[in-house]
Design a protein around this ligand. Structure first.
Ligand code: UDP
Length: 326
């Protein structure tokens, strides 16, 4: 298939683009390289360096028989979204709107998009089902909810087929691709930086939550398993005419302290930590039910034990101590 991947130089987009290439698809990447890395681009892809809000870039990337768009280009840092809400709505909502308008204009009717557990806010019950109330607690979550609203309306109005994948916490690395944000804000890479001596200590954002050890609980899913779900989503739209939202998580929750302890075992080091204040917008516990993704996509996780996630991230970081070179 001829496909366009937006954000294909980013952490998740690059792994999915690589998997699509390996499966024999023809992939064009649209990325403005604002947070992505040039050296993360898989070989064999055409790069259109441009913004998803720019019509000329979209026309270039979506030209020539593209049949489906996989959309990863978005801002995704919760705390940042609290400080800069309009930037988040502009990029995430405005950007997706531009893509959908271009797709509508060009007659492209297949769309796979990164959504987030952040659409649920602080859930009443765990594990979270897709039918749980959607009450985001930060602008990032709201921006993803707006995207899902546009998709459902587009499905009714112009026959768009879409799969919105609500990620829980992505982690881990593949042989070629790993996690490198600048600045880094995510738990696993920061913990590994402390283990490697690149940072002095890890700041635990609050230990007074209503959880067994007081730190936040998250559901960590390996980037390889996450990527597989996108490939299956393309098939589900074709073969089953499926459109809708699906959670992607491992159905197991780990606290911040449990992640640190696992990283200590994997790296054989002691990881110094400081208990600090809560971070704005953090819900205490997020844990997915992924039953629906398993049923609809035939998706099976194969790499998502916490050990394997941290081990693979550790190996990639050991091979690439400074992350990507550009
Ligand atoms: N966290 C932390 N210190 C850090 C980074 C993250 O205590 O330096 C915690 C954060 O509060 C959350 C969990 O680790 O409970 C996962 O955070 P991350 O930013 O990796 O992902 P998020 O859950 O925000 O998508």
């Amino acid at each position: 298939m001829k496909l366009c991947v937006t954000g294909g130089a980013g952490y998740i987009g690059s792994v999915v683009a690589q998997m699509l290439i390996d499966e024999g698809h023809d992939v064009c990447i649209l990325d403005n390289l604002s947070t992505g890395h040039k050296s993360a681009l898989p070989e064999g892809t055409r790069l259109v360096k441009g913004d998803i809000r720019d019509d000329a870039s979209l026309d270039d990337a979506l030209d020539d028989g593209v049949e489906a768009v996989l959309h990863f280009a978005a801002l995704s840092i919760v705390e940042d979204s609290v400080a800069h809400p309009l930037t988040y709505f502009d990029n995430n909502v405005g950007g997706t709107l531009s893509i959908l308008k271009a797709m509508n204009r060009l007659g492209i009717k297949r769309f796979v998009v990164s959504s987030s557990a952040a659409v649920y806010g602080a859930p009443n019950a765990l594990p979270i089902e897709e039918t749980a109330p959607r009450r985001p607690t930060n602008p990032y979550g709201h921006s993803k909810l707006c995207v899902e609203t546009m998709l459902e309306a587009s499905k009714r109005a112009w026959d768009l087929r879409y799969v919105s994948l609500r990620y829980f916490n992505a982690g881990g690395s593949t042989e070629k691709h790993g996690e490198h944000h600048d600045p880094e804000s995510h738990l696993i890479p920061i913990v590994l930086d402390v283990a490697a001596g690149r940072r002095k200590a890890f700041d635990v954002f609050g230990d007074d939550y209503d959880t067994p050890d007081g730190t936040c609980i998250r559901d960590y899913i390996h980037i390889h398993d996450l990527a597989t779900a996108h490939v299956l989503a393309l098939g589900a739209m074709e073969k089953r005419n499926f459109s809708g939202v699906l959670n992607l998580g491992s159905e197991e929750g780990f606290s911040v302290l449990e992640v640190i302890e696992t990283a200590e075992r994997v790296t054989g080091t002691t990881i110094a930590r400081i208990i600090g204040e809560r971070r704005a917008g953090d819900p205490p516990g997020l844990l997915a039910s992924s039953r629906r993704a398993e049923e609809v996509l035939g998706w099976k996780k194969s790499h998502s034990s916490l050990e394997e996630i941290i081990q693979s991230a550790h190996e990639w970081r050991t091979r690439n101590p400074d992350g990507y070179p550009d």
